[in-house]
Write a protein that binds this ligand. Sequence first.
Ligand code: MN
Length: 435
Amino acid sequence: MSLLNETHDPTLSSWVASANLPGTDFPIQNLPFAVFRRKDSEEPFRGGVAIGDKVLDIAALCRKNILDGDAQRTAVAASASTLNNFMALGHTAWSSLRLALSRLLREDAKQQAITAQCLLELEDVEVALPAHIGDYTDFYTSIHHATNVGKLFRPDNPLLPNYRWVPIGYHGRASSIVLSGHDVHRPRGQLMPPGAESPTLAPSKRLDFELELGIFVGTGNLLGTSIPMADAEQHVFGVCLLNDWSARDIQGWEYQPLGPFLSKSFATSISPWIVTLEALAPYRLPFTRDANEPQPLPYLDGEHNRALGAFDIQLKVTLETPAMREANVPPHTICQTNYKHAYWTLAQLITHHTVNGCNLQAGDLLGSGTLSGPESHQLAALLEITHGGKVPLALPNGEQRIFLEDGDQVTLRGWCAIKGAARIGFGECTGTVFS
Ligand code: MN
Protein backbone atom coordinates (compact mmCIF):
# COMPACT_ATOMS: atom_id res chain seq x y z
CA MET A 1 0.00 0.00 0.00
CA SER A 2 1.39 3.39 -0.95
CA LEU A 3 1.71 5.86 1.90
CA LEU A 4 1.54 8.75 -0.55
CA ASN A 5 -1.67 10.60 -1.30
CA GLU A 6 -2.76 13.85 -2.93
CA THR A 7 -1.41 15.94 -0.01
CA HIS A 8 2.16 14.96 -0.97
CA ASP A 9 1.85 15.97 -4.64
CA PRO A 10 4.96 18.09 -5.30
CA THR A 11 3.10 20.14 -7.92
CA LEU A 12 0.60 21.50 -5.35
CA SER A 13 0.92 25.19 -4.63
CA SER A 14 -0.92 27.42 -2.17
CA TRP A 15 -2.71 30.76 -2.42
CA VAL A 16 -0.51 31.69 0.58
CA ALA A 17 2.30 33.01 -1.64
CA SER A 18 5.10 32.57 0.95
CA ALA A 19 4.35 28.82 1.07
CA ASN A 20 5.50 28.53 -2.55
CA LEU A 21 8.91 30.14 -2.09
CA PRO A 22 11.83 27.76 -2.61
CA GLY A 23 13.51 26.99 0.69
CA THR A 24 10.46 27.60 2.90
CA ASP A 25 10.17 25.02 5.68
CA PHE A 26 6.39 25.11 5.52
CA PRO A 27 5.06 24.49 1.99
CA ILE A 28 1.56 23.07 1.55
CA GLN A 29 3.01 19.52 1.56
CA ASN A 30 4.20 19.93 5.18
CA LEU A 31 1.35 21.29 7.37
CA PRO A 32 3.01 20.83 10.81
CA PHE A 33 1.11 21.42 14.07
CA ALA A 34 1.91 23.65 17.06
CA VAL A 35 0.09 25.44 19.87
CA PHE A 36 0.11 29.24 19.70
CA ARG A 37 -1.57 32.55 20.54
CA ARG A 38 -1.07 36.14 19.51
CA LYS A 39 2.13 37.55 21.10
CA ASP A 40 1.68 39.38 24.40
CA SER A 41 -2.03 38.57 24.46
CA GLU A 42 -4.24 36.91 27.07
CA GLU A 43 -5.83 34.76 24.38
CA PRO A 44 -6.08 31.04 25.02
CA PHE A 45 -3.40 28.92 23.37
CA ARG A 46 -4.83 26.78 20.56
CA GLY A 47 -3.67 24.51 17.78
CA GLY A 48 -2.33 25.93 14.55
CA VAL A 49 -0.76 24.77 11.31
CA ALA A 50 2.19 26.51 9.70
CA ILE A 51 1.86 27.52 6.04
CA GLY A 52 4.65 29.64 4.56
CA ASP A 53 5.22 32.58 6.92
CA LYS A 54 1.69 32.29 8.38
CA VAL A 55 -0.15 30.15 10.89
CA LEU A 56 -3.65 28.83 10.27
CA ASP A 57 -5.70 29.22 13.46
CA ILE A 58 -7.59 25.93 13.78
CA ALA A 59 -9.94 27.25 16.48
CA ALA A 60 -10.95 30.16 14.21
CA LEU A 61 -11.38 27.75 11.32
CA CYS A 62 -13.70 25.56 13.42
CA ARG A 63 -15.95 28.55 14.03
CA LYS A 64 -16.30 29.09 10.27
CA ASN A 65 -17.95 25.67 9.94
CA ILE A 66 -16.54 24.99 6.50
CA LEU A 67 -15.00 21.60 7.29
CA ASP A 68 -17.12 18.50 6.94
CA GLY A 69 -17.85 15.68 9.43
CA ASP A 70 -14.66 13.91 10.47
CA ALA A 71 -12.37 16.83 9.67
CA GLN A 72 -14.51 19.26 11.73
CA ARG A 73 -14.60 16.92 14.75
CA THR A 74 -10.84 16.44 14.48
CA ALA A 75 -10.26 20.18 14.11
CA VAL A 76 -12.22 20.83 17.32
CA ALA A 77 -9.83 18.50 19.16
CA ALA A 78 -6.86 20.23 17.52
CA SER A 79 -8.04 23.67 18.61
CA ALA A 80 -7.51 22.96 22.33
CA SER A 81 -4.66 24.42 24.40
CA THR A 82 -2.70 21.18 24.08
CA LEU A 83 -2.76 18.70 21.21
CA ASN A 84 -3.14 15.61 23.46
CA ASN A 85 -6.79 14.90 22.61
CA PHE A 86 -6.10 15.43 18.92
CA MET A 87 -3.08 13.12 19.14
CA ALA A 88 -5.21 10.47 20.87
CA LEU A 89 -7.74 10.40 17.99
CA GLY A 90 -5.46 8.31 15.79
CA HIS A 91 -4.02 8.38 12.33
CA THR A 92 -7.30 8.23 10.38
CA ALA A 93 -8.49 11.41 12.10
CA TRP A 94 -5.10 13.18 11.71
CA SER A 95 -5.14 12.27 8.04
CA SER A 96 -8.69 13.54 7.48
CA LEU A 97 -7.75 16.95 8.92
CA ARG A 98 -4.53 17.10 6.89
CA LEU A 99 -6.44 16.41 3.68
CA ALA A 100 -9.09 19.03 4.49
CA LEU A 101 -6.45 21.68 5.32
CA SER A 102 -4.45 20.83 2.19
CA ARG A 103 -7.59 21.33 0.05
CA LEU A 104 -8.47 24.62 1.78
CA LEU A 105 -4.98 26.04 1.27
CA ARG A 106 -4.50 25.03 -2.39
CA GLU A 107 -4.19 27.54 -5.15
CA ASP A 108 -7.71 26.92 -6.49
CA ALA A 109 -9.57 26.52 -3.15
CA LYS A 110 -13.14 27.83 -3.30
CA GLN A 111 -13.26 28.99 0.33
CA GLN A 112 -10.04 30.96 0.16
CA ALA A 113 -11.61 34.20 1.40
CA ILE A 114 -13.05 32.55 4.54
CA THR A 115 -9.87 30.58 5.28
CA ALA A 116 -7.76 33.72 4.83
CA GLN A 117 -9.60 35.24 7.82
CA CYS A 118 -8.07 32.47 9.98
CA LEU A 119 -4.43 33.27 9.13
CA LEU A 120 -1.95 35.13 11.34
CA GLU A 121 1.63 36.12 10.65
CA LEU A 122 4.06 33.64 12.22
CA GLU A 123 6.09 36.57 13.53
CA ASP A 124 3.02 37.84 15.43
CA VAL A 125 2.45 34.68 17.47
CA GLU A 126 4.04 33.00 20.48
CA VAL A 127 4.08 29.24 20.91
CA ALA A 128 3.58 26.92 23.89
CA LEU A 129 4.59 23.30 24.36
CA PRO A 130 2.43 21.43 21.84
CA ALA A 131 1.31 18.78 24.31
CA HIS A 132 1.19 17.97 27.97
CA ILE A 133 4.18 15.62 27.93
CA GLY A 134 3.41 13.00 30.55
CA ASP A 135 6.58 11.02 30.02
CA TYR A 136 9.83 11.56 28.18
CA THR A 137 12.11 8.68 27.21
CA ASP A 138 15.52 9.21 25.63
CA PHE A 139 16.95 6.50 23.40
CA TYR A 140 20.47 5.96 22.07
CA THR A 141 19.91 4.91 18.47
CA SER A 142 23.17 5.94 16.79
CA ILE A 143 25.76 3.19 16.97
CA HIS A 144 28.34 5.78 15.86
CA HIS A 145 27.53 7.99 18.86
CA ALA A 146 27.42 5.01 21.22
CA THR A 147 30.82 3.79 19.99
CA ASN A 148 32.48 7.24 20.06
CA VAL A 149 31.19 7.97 23.56
CA GLY A 150 31.94 4.45 24.74
CA LYS A 151 35.60 4.90 23.66
CA LEU A 152 35.86 7.97 25.91
CA PHE A 153 34.20 6.46 28.97
CA ARG A 154 35.52 2.89 28.49
CA PRO A 155 38.48 2.81 26.04
CA ASP A 156 38.90 -0.93 26.52
CA ASN A 157 35.23 -1.74 25.96
CA PRO A 158 33.59 0.97 23.80
CA LEU A 159 30.39 -0.70 22.64
CA LEU A 160 28.68 -2.83 25.25
CA PRO A 161 27.43 -6.17 23.86
CA ASN A 162 23.75 -5.41 24.50
CA TYR A 163 23.82 -2.43 22.10
CA ARG A 164 23.32 -4.51 18.98
CA TRP A 165 20.29 -6.29 20.46
CA VAL A 166 18.42 -3.82 22.68
CA PRO A 167 17.27 -0.31 21.70
CA ILE A 168 18.95 1.31 24.73
CA GLY A 169 16.99 4.04 26.52
CA TYR A 170 16.38 5.68 29.89
CA HIS A 171 13.48 7.54 31.43
CA GLY A 172 14.03 11.28 31.09
CA ARG A 173 12.49 14.24 32.87
CA ALA A 174 9.33 15.70 31.27
CA SER A 175 8.96 18.79 33.50
CA SER A 176 12.13 20.45 32.19
CA ILE A 177 11.30 20.18 28.48
CA VAL A 178 11.32 23.70 27.08
CA LEU A 179 10.63 25.25 23.70
CA SER A 180 13.14 26.58 21.24
CA GLY A 181 14.21 30.09 22.28
CA HIS A 182 14.18 29.33 26.01
CA ASP A 183 17.58 30.14 27.57
CA VAL A 184 19.29 27.19 29.24
CA HIS A 185 20.76 27.56 32.71
CA ARG A 186 24.18 26.00 33.26
CA PRO A 187 23.50 23.28 35.84
CA ARG A 188 25.39 22.72 39.08
CA GLY A 189 26.20 19.24 40.20
CA GLN A 190 28.73 16.91 41.73
CA LEU A 191 31.98 16.98 39.78
CA MET A 192 34.79 14.50 40.30
CA PRO A 193 37.81 15.71 38.31
CA PRO A 194 40.41 13.07 37.42
CA GLY A 195 42.83 12.62 40.32
CA ALA A 196 40.59 14.36 42.87
CA GLU A 197 39.96 12.59 46.16
CA SER A 198 36.38 13.67 46.60
CA PRO A 199 33.73 15.38 44.47
CA THR A 200 32.75 19.04 44.73
CA LEU A 201 29.47 20.81 44.00
CA ALA A 202 30.07 23.32 41.18
CA PRO A 203 28.65 24.61 37.88
CA SER A 204 29.28 22.15 35.07
CA LYS A 205 32.42 22.92 33.06
CA ARG A 206 31.60 20.44 30.32
CA LEU A 207 28.19 21.52 29.07
CA ASP A 208 27.21 19.97 25.75
CA PHE A 209 24.35 19.67 23.28
CA GLU A 210 22.97 16.53 21.65
CA LEU A 211 21.28 16.72 18.24
CA GLU A 212 18.24 14.46 18.33
CA LEU A 213 14.76 14.11 16.92
CA GLY A 214 11.75 14.08 19.24
CA ILE A 215 9.00 11.57 18.46
CA PHE A 216 5.52 12.43 19.75
CA VAL A 217 3.30 9.48 20.61
CA GLY A 218 -0.26 9.75 19.28
CA THR A 219 -2.55 6.96 20.37
CA GLY A 220 -1.24 5.06 23.36
CA ASN A 221 -1.67 1.47 24.54
CA LEU A 222 -3.21 -0.04 27.64
CA LEU A 223 -1.01 -1.04 30.55
CA GLY A 224 -0.12 -4.70 30.14
CA THR A 225 -0.40 -4.66 26.35
CA SER A 226 2.32 -4.32 23.71
CA ILE A 227 2.39 -2.62 20.32
CA PRO A 228 3.60 -5.01 17.60
CA MET A 229 5.88 -3.78 14.84
CA ALA A 230 3.08 -3.97 12.26
CA ASP A 231 1.09 -1.33 14.21
CA ALA A 232 3.91 0.73 15.70
CA GLU A 233 3.93 3.65 13.26
CA GLN A 234 0.18 4.16 13.65
CA HIS A 235 0.95 5.22 17.24
CA VAL A 236 3.37 7.97 16.15
CA PHE A 237 1.86 11.41 15.67
CA GLY A 238 4.94 13.21 14.42
CA VAL A 239 8.49 14.39 14.81
CA CYS A 240 10.27 17.56 16.01
CA LEU A 241 13.87 18.63 16.67
CA LEU A 242 15.25 17.95 20.14
CA ASN A 243 18.38 19.14 21.95
CA ASP A 244 19.22 16.89 24.87
CA TRP A 245 21.52 19.30 26.76
CA SER A 246 24.07 17.27 28.71
CA ALA A 247 26.56 18.08 31.49
CA ARG A 248 29.36 15.64 30.70
CA ASP A 249 31.26 16.11 33.97
CA ILE A 250 28.16 15.46 36.06
CA GLN A 251 27.30 12.53 33.77
CA GLY A 252 30.74 10.92 34.02
CA TRP A 253 30.54 10.77 37.82
CA GLU A 254 26.88 9.84 38.28
CA TYR A 255 26.02 7.52 35.38
CA GLN A 256 27.01 4.17 36.82
CA PRO A 257 25.17 1.93 37.51
CA LEU A 258 21.72 3.40 36.71
CA GLY A 259 22.42 5.77 33.81
CA PRO A 260 22.09 9.54 33.37
CA PHE A 261 20.19 11.56 35.97
CA LEU A 262 20.97 15.20 36.86
CA SER A 263 23.38 15.53 33.93
CA LYS A 264 20.33 15.52 31.61
CA SER A 265 17.27 16.54 33.61
CA PHE A 266 18.03 20.29 33.87
CA ALA A 267 16.71 21.07 30.35
CA THR A 268 15.66 19.50 27.05
CA SER A 269 14.74 21.84 24.18
CA ILE A 270 12.28 21.02 21.39
CA SER A 271 11.17 22.84 18.24
CA PRO A 272 7.54 23.96 18.42
CA TRP A 273 6.26 22.55 15.10
CA ILE A 274 5.47 18.83 14.93
CA VAL A 275 5.90 17.44 11.42
CA THR A 276 3.42 14.59 11.13
CA LEU A 277 4.52 11.11 10.18
CA GLU A 278 2.16 11.40 7.22
CA ALA A 279 4.03 14.48 5.95
CA LEU A 280 7.27 12.46 6.12
CA ALA A 281 5.96 9.68 3.84
CA PRO A 282 7.86 10.73 0.68
CA TYR A 283 11.22 10.68 2.46
CA ARG A 284 11.16 7.11 3.72
CA LEU A 285 13.96 4.65 3.12
CA PRO A 286 14.39 0.92 3.62
CA PHE A 287 15.70 -0.11 7.03
CA THR A 288 18.78 -2.23 6.53
CA ARG A 289 21.02 -4.00 8.99
CA ASP A 290 24.45 -5.01 7.77
CA ALA A 291 24.76 -8.77 7.24
CA ASN A 292 27.76 -8.82 9.63
CA GLU A 293 25.61 -7.40 12.46
CA PRO A 294 23.15 -9.41 14.56
CA GLN A 295 19.72 -9.11 12.96
CA PRO A 296 16.86 -7.67 15.08
CA LEU A 297 14.97 -10.25 17.15
CA PRO A 298 11.66 -11.22 15.50
CA TYR A 299 9.61 -8.85 17.70
CA LEU A 300 11.70 -5.92 16.34
CA ASP A 301 11.46 -7.03 12.73
CA GLY A 302 8.69 -6.42 10.22
CA GLU A 303 8.13 -6.34 6.49
CA HIS A 304 7.01 -2.71 6.46
CA ASN A 305 9.94 -1.69 8.66
CA ARG A 306 12.41 -3.36 6.28
CA ALA A 307 10.80 -1.76 3.24
CA LEU A 308 10.19 1.78 4.55
CA GLY A 309 11.06 2.08 8.25
CA ALA A 310 13.92 4.60 7.97
CA PHE A 311 13.73 8.31 7.09
CA ASP A 312 15.93 10.63 5.05
CA ILE A 313 15.91 13.68 7.34
CA GLN A 314 18.86 16.03 6.95
CA LEU A 315 20.07 17.63 10.16
CA LYS A 316 22.42 20.48 10.94
CA VAL A 317 23.80 22.16 14.07
CA THR A 318 25.19 25.69 14.20
CA LEU A 319 27.05 27.42 17.03
CA GLU A 320 27.19 31.17 17.63
CA THR A 321 29.39 32.61 20.37
CA PRO A 322 28.83 36.06 21.92
CA ALA A 323 31.94 37.36 20.08
CA MET A 324 30.58 36.09 16.76
CA ARG A 325 27.24 37.74 17.51
CA GLU A 326 28.93 41.07 18.29
CA ALA A 327 31.06 40.97 15.15
CA ASN A 328 28.16 39.85 12.96
CA VAL A 329 29.94 36.61 12.07
CA PRO A 330 27.28 34.13 10.93
CA PRO A 331 26.66 31.04 13.09
CA HIS A 332 29.17 28.29 12.30
CA THR A 333 27.99 24.86 11.16
CA ILE A 334 29.52 22.24 13.45
CA CYS A 335 27.55 19.14 12.41
CA GLN A 336 25.69 17.95 9.32
CA THR A 337 24.14 14.52 9.52
CA ASN A 338 21.04 12.50 8.63
CA TYR A 339 18.49 10.47 10.58
CA LYS A 340 19.03 7.59 8.13
CA HIS A 341 22.19 6.59 10.04
CA ALA A 342 20.15 5.50 13.09
CA TYR A 343 20.64 1.88 14.16
CA TRP A 344 16.98 1.46 15.22
CA THR A 345 13.87 2.88 13.55
CA LEU A 346 11.15 4.81 15.35
CA ALA A 347 8.81 1.81 14.93
CA GLN A 348 11.35 -0.36 16.74
CA LEU A 349 11.52 2.21 19.57
CA ILE A 350 7.73 2.13 20.03
CA THR A 351 7.56 -1.66 19.94
CA HIS A 352 10.51 -2.14 22.27
CA HIS A 353 9.18 0.46 24.73
CA THR A 354 5.92 -1.46 25.08
CA VAL A 355 7.18 -5.06 24.84
CA ASN A 356 7.07 -5.35 28.64
CA GLY A 357 3.51 -4.01 28.79
CA CYS A 358 4.48 -0.40 29.55
CA ASN A 359 1.72 1.96 28.47
CA LEU A 360 2.51 4.90 26.20
CA GLN A 361 0.11 7.83 26.29
CA ALA A 362 -0.85 10.56 23.84
CA GLY A 363 1.70 13.35 24.10
CA ASP A 364 4.55 11.20 25.39
CA LEU A 365 7.88 12.17 23.87
CA LEU A 366 10.70 9.86 22.77
CA GLY A 367 14.16 11.21 22.05
CA SER A 368 15.92 9.41 19.19
CA GLY A 369 19.33 9.64 20.83
CA THR A 370 22.23 11.70 19.49
CA LEU A 371 22.16 11.27 15.72
CA SER A 372 25.85 11.11 14.88
CA GLY A 373 26.74 9.61 11.52
CA PRO A 374 29.86 7.65 10.58
CA GLU A 375 31.94 10.60 9.32
CA SER A 376 33.78 13.36 11.15
CA HIS A 377 31.45 16.18 10.01
CA GLN A 378 28.48 14.13 11.25
CA LEU A 379 29.31 14.14 14.97
CA ALA A 380 26.25 15.40 16.82
CA ALA A 381 27.70 16.40 20.23
CA LEU A 382 30.78 18.38 21.33
CA LEU A 383 31.93 15.38 23.37
CA GLU A 384 32.54 13.60 20.07
CA ILE A 385 33.67 16.63 18.03
CA THR A 386 36.40 17.49 20.58
CA HIS A 387 37.31 13.86 21.35
CA GLY A 388 36.19 14.19 24.92
CA GLY A 389 37.57 17.73 25.32
CA LYS A 390 41.07 16.88 24.04
CA VAL A 391 40.89 18.52 20.57
CA PRO A 392 39.40 22.04 20.61
CA LEU A 393 36.91 23.00 17.92
CA ALA A 394 38.28 25.96 15.89
CA LEU A 395 35.74 28.63 15.00
CA PRO A 396 36.04 30.94 11.95
CA ASN A 397 36.76 34.06 14.07
CA GLY A 398 39.77 32.44 15.75
CA GLU A 399 37.92 31.37 18.89
CA GLN A 400 37.98 27.80 20.15
CA ARG A 401 35.50 25.68 22.03
CA ILE A 402 35.86 22.51 24.01
CA PHE A 403 32.44 22.66 25.62
CA LEU A 404 29.75 25.38 25.67
CA GLU A 405 30.50 28.71 27.30
CA ASP A 406 28.02 31.26 28.63
CA GLY A 407 26.26 33.14 25.85
CA ASP A 408 26.85 30.39 23.28
CA GLN A 409 23.81 29.69 21.16
CA VAL A 410 23.18 26.24 19.66
CA THR A 411 20.65 25.92 16.84
CA LEU A 412 19.37 22.67 15.33
CA ARG A 413 17.73 22.53 11.92
CA GLY A 414 16.18 19.68 9.96
CA TRP A 415 14.66 19.26 6.52
CA CYS A 416 13.76 16.67 3.90
CA ALA A 417 14.78 17.26 0.28
CA ILE A 418 14.73 14.52 -2.34
CA LYS A 419 14.00 14.36 -6.05
CA GLY A 420 10.32 14.07 -6.87
CA ALA A 421 9.00 15.52 -3.59
CA ALA A 422 8.59 18.96 -2.09
CA ARG A 423 11.25 20.21 0.31
CA ILE A 424 9.82 20.38 3.84
CA GLY A 425 11.49 21.60 7.03
CA PHE A 426 11.19 21.44 10.81
CA GLY A 427 11.91 25.09 11.60
CA GLU A 428 14.59 25.45 14.26
CA CYS A 429 15.38 24.49 17.83
CA THR A 430 17.64 27.06 19.45
CA GLY A 431 18.89 27.73 22.94
CA THR A 432 21.44 30.04 24.59
CA VAL A 433 23.46 29.07 27.65
CA PHE A 434 23.60 31.34 30.71
CA SER A 435 24.87 31.05 34.27
MN1 MN B 1 20.35 11.99 24.50
